[in-house]
Design a protein. Structure first.
Lengths: 325, 362
């Protein structure tokens, strides 16, 4: 077989294997979560939210190979902006959503401007610092955000006159799923454009991309903007689902959870994100329910996430490649 | 505002900054030698404080043998990271002695320095275990893999500490306070002086070490150009291990003084201190420990003096609309300010205030 056919064969084989492993993972974790007392609808909502967040983080981590530890900050911005606009100023959900996305994207660009030329290590640091700054700002702006006491009583969204309720979650699931489908289609399309190819090139080999004429800083900025915007989108959905926001919700742990999904999804097509989210999100729910009431619930969950991350860094494909390698 | 208040805040800030600087050294050394950011350094800081508590708490504390189990696992893993059988046996022996000491030795009869020494040894063992188990397999991988692994290790260790030691806040027993002075005020001043003195001693020791000692010069060589150092016969793995161990020892000293000063110890302590130490390492020039210490002191001064800043005039000036302003308490924004400084430094002089530009070849 010549080189092109071998590569295509290997890719197909990898995708098939990924699909099988992914499906087993999904079945396994969903089964555990259901046994532990979760409900299918809630689980599906969780999976959809995680998948949307992962699709956002993918732009930076998978395409450009930049570790963004501050993704939770964008989710937090989106969530609080939507919550404040809907709760305090009585805007509709949809206008709040658009403002969230735009504001998060603008903040993403502002954060991306100074970091666009930094090396990978420093980028991780600065993005981490950014998430901290967002949390600190939310906590300190009590008059607007409720500060450390949280922000509650977020009203329901309405679509064409129908109210989207939290219980039962089916109306919310319809909303989230439709938004997700549109988003994933847009991501798939973006992958095949020049911008998408440029992002992959920057991720693979920055120096080579620059030599070929790609403006690395601009591409990184674009990836940051997309990532931040989608983060804002997921934050908006978060706020009308959870209906209560606390500054501590959007911490490093959330970024880590999304990171795990993204690393699992690797460079697969968009279904990889969905399968990975479907595999990992029920795990969180399952752990939460199984350990409910014990004093070590948080500790064990944190330990397992840490272990998962460490294990992920050791996994490579047979050819030695992968998102992290 | 009276000068004495300012000087007091300044003094406290300098002391706080010295501790941040000591923590920052750990980040700096490890980055210089291994080119990786060890996010778990903050957790090693907390863990060493817990080890000291296990030593001096009456009856070894309410945690049973679990801390000793951690030390045992760390010893075994760390010993696997060494090459010769003799060195492996030495590490195992050291770990066994430490465990026996924690279990059977009466630390009340001995000076506190013994407890600190044993805790430093155990922290170094944990750091060595992390180096071998987590970081060494990733030497051939990308930077991204090492970063992700260090995040994983950081939160894993946090969870482990929460699991073993619980989330209750502890403080060092009274005898640690009595070490520094009979009354709270006198103890505070004496403690701050001890902190500054210790930091100066550590700085001098580190400077001598890196200039005179073979290992110190090897560390500098590896930080400068690993390939050249390796071709000249420097054992890269030994340097990595030394870097991790030295960082852990500095962290233990800082941890003891920190907990003695602030009287709080809980599993997420390392998170806050680690962030500041890390910012100090970046601002001072990552890879240069002198810069890290100086930057730490600067950060400490900023944090110490900022509460004195009075911004309430802004609220009065804005009148009614002031209700929508964010908090005007500078200490709330301290971390944000530190990060802002870090970002500015990274933009203007990415190699840090005292660093030199690293030449990257294509």
């Amino acid at each position: 077989m010549d080189h092109a056919n071998t590569a295509r064969f290997e890719r197909r084989l990898f995708r098939k294997r990924a699909l099988i492993t992914g499906s087993l993972l999904v079945c396994g974790t969903t089964a555990i979560a259901l046994i532990a007392g979760g409900r299918i609808v809630d689980l599906t909502v969780l999976v959809t939210l995680t998948a949307i967040m992962a699709a956002g983080l993918q732009f930076l981590v998978t395409y450009c190979r930049l570790l963004d530890l501050g993704f939770a900050g964008f989710v937090g911005i989106g969530a609080y902006v939507t919550a404040i606009l809907m709760g305090r100023f009585e805007w509709s959900f949809w206008s709040g959503l658009i403002v969230s996305i735009l504001l998060a994207a603008v903040v993403g660009i502002l954060t991306g401007l100074p970091t666009a030329r930094l090396r990978g290590d420093y980028f991780a640091i600065v993005s981490f610092g950014f998430a901290e700054i967002v949390t600190v700002t939310i906590r300190n702006w009590g008059s607007l955000t409720g500060g450390a006491f949280g922000f509650g009583n977020i009203p329901n969204a309405t679509f064409l006159g129908m109210e989207i309720r939290r219980y039962p979650a089916s109306s919310y699931l319809a909303l989230a799923a439709s938004i997700a489908v549109i988003l994933f289609a847009a991501c798939m399309y973006l992958r095949n454009t020049i911008l998408g190819a440029a992002m992959f090139a920057v991720g693979d080999d920055e120096v080579l991309a620059q030599l070929r004429g790609i403006d690395v800083a601009a591409v990184r900025l674009a990836a940051f903007a997309c990532s931040a915007g989608i983060g804002g989108l997921s934050g908006a959905l978060w706020s009308i689902y959870y209906k209560f926001l606390a500054p501590g919700d959007f911490s490093l742990l959330l970024s880590v959870q999304v990171l795990i999904v993204v690393v699992f999804a690797d460079r697969l097509p968009i279904w990889g994100v969905i399968v990975a989210a479907a595999g990992v999100a029920p795990l969180n729910e399952a752990l939460r329910r199984l350990l409910q009431g014990t004093s070590v619930s948080d500790a064990v969950r944190i330990m397992i996430y840490g272990l998962l991350l460490i294990t992920l860094t050791r996994l490579r494909r047979a050819s030695g490649s992968g998102v992290l390698h | 505002m009276p000068v004495s208040t300012f000087l007091q805040a300044l003094g406290a800030g300098v002391a706080h900054g010295c501790l941040i600087g000591l923590v920052a050294v750990g980040y700096s050394i490890v980055y210089g030698v291994a080119r990786l950011i060890n996010f778990a350094h903050g957790e090693i800081f907390t863990l060493s404080a817990y080890f000291i508590l296990v030593a001096i708490a009456p009856g070894g504390g309410p945690w049973g043998i679990w801390p000793l189990v951690i030390i045992a696992c760390a010893t075994v893993t760390a010993s696997a990271g060494f090459t010769t059988v003799a060195s492996r046996l030495t590490i195992v022996a050291v770990g066994a002695i430490a465990i026996a000491a924690f279990r059977f030795l009466d630390f009340h009869a001995l000076p506190i320095a013994v407890a600190i020494a044993f805790s430093a040894v155990c922290a170094a063992l944990v750091a060595l275990a992390a180096e071998f188990a987590i970081y060494r397999p990733l030497v051939t991988s990308s930077r991204l893999a090492a970063l992700v692994a260090s995040i994983g290790l950081s939160i894993g260790l946090q969870g482990l500490m929460q699991f073993t030691f619980g989330t209750t806040q502890f403080a060092f027993p009274r005898r640690v306070d009595l070490l520094f002075g009979p009354t709270a005020a006198a103890a505070g001043r004496s403690l701050d002086l001890t902190i500054v003195a210790t930091t100066i001693a550590c700085a001098v020791a580190a400077a001598l070490f890196s200039k005179r000692a073979t290992l110190g010069r090897s560390l500098r060589a590896v930080a400068d150009d690993p390939t050249l150092a390796a071709s000249l016969g420097v054992d890269l793995n030994a340097c990595r291990r030394a870097a991790f161990a030295i960082g852990a020892i500095f962290a233990t000293l800082a941890a003891f003084l920190f907990v003695a000063r602030t009287r709080v110890l809980h599993p997420t302590l390392g998170y806050g201190v680690g962030i500041l130490g890390f910012a100090a390492a970046v601002i001072g020039g990552i890879g240069r420990f002198m810069g890290a210490m100086l930057a730490g002191i600067v950060i400490g001064i900023i944090l110490g003096v900022s509460p004195l800043l009075d911004l309430t005039w802004l609220a009065r000036w804005l009148g009614r609309t002031a209700a929508f302003l964010p908090s005007l308490e500078p200490s709330d924004w301290a971390i944000a300010i530190v990060y802002g400084v870090m970002v500015v430094v990274l933009l203007v002089k990415p190699e840090g205030l005292l660093g030199s530009r690293e030449h990257r070849s294509i």
